[in-house]
Design a protein around this ligand. Sequence first.
Ligand SMILES: NC(=O)c1ccc[n+]([C@@H]2O[C@H](COP(=O)([O-])OP(=O)(O)OC[C@H]3O[C@@H](n4cnc5c(N)ncnc54)[C@H](O)[C@@H]3O)[C@@H](O)[C@H]2O)c1
Length: 262
Amino acid sequence: MTLDGQTFVVTGAASGIGAATVALLREAGAEVIGVDRNTAPDFPGDFVQADLSTTEGVAAAAGQIPAGISGLLNIAGVPGTAPWRLVLSVNVFGVRDLTRALLPKLAEGGVVVNLASNVANGWSERRGQVIAFTSAEDRDAALALAAEDPEITSNSYRFSKECVRWLTLTTAASSLGRVRAVSVSPGPVQTPILEDFKMDHGRDKVEGAVALLGRAGEPADIARTIRFLLGPEAAWINGIDVCVDGGLSAHRAVADSLSVTA
Ligand SMILES: NC(=O)c1ccc[n+]([C@@H]2O[C@H](COP(=O)([O-])OP(=O)(O)OC[C@H]3O[C@@H](n4cnc5c(N)ncnc54)[C@H](O)[C@@H]3O)[C@@H](O)[C@H]2O)c1
């Protein structure tokens, strides 16, 4: 598949899934504009160093992106071992505000891909909190509200990705016929963040899942899915989540159901 002549903005481009996606997009003939808080030596495209945890950082990044881009890939993220305010600022407001700022710069037929997670599969159980948090215009007010909800502060990563699932739906629904929006939900993938997930979710749980699947995901497993979602063969795929977890969610759904009926 060729993505010749198209330009994609990739956040989190300096590491892991973002870096693997940049490599595949370049292979497919696309231009890339990487965005990351960290530098990326020898980056194969334009690179914007920006901190997406703040309103100012998002605005500074968006200001350097030209109009006419073919897609925005919101891949940057921080794990639940980071302070919860930072997790929600990067993973939720970074995604929401950069998307808002760049939607007018997306060419017709453009695509937004948001990195969520299979830990967010139960997002609709917290639909009320998710909608309230993502629709708050004032970040500080939203964070103050979250501070009073231990379900959010003690599971900030899961909640942040539940918000990403909702933000994907709202972007798709508000851009019908012009821009598609899709989320991708990986299971455990071998990147620097995986060690943090072990600390956050429990080493045994994560290593047990990897053993069950036979291997952890590779960044390229996710990058290939993203590349497909950007191309013409995915033109009718819009507003959904694509779970790429080697079958882990299927296993958990069946195991949970069997333990309920047993
Ligand atoms: N690896 C996994 O197991 C896994 C599973 C599910 C979801 N995800 C999600 O996939 C995405 C990519 O993660 P990864 O595995 O490649 O991890 P990673 O740590 O290798 O990459 C994350 C990138 O995001 C950047 N970033 C973090 N905070 C930033 C900020 N404030 N401003 C700008 N850039 C920032 C980092 O510098 C880094 O380059 C994340 O959103 C993560 O939550 C990963």
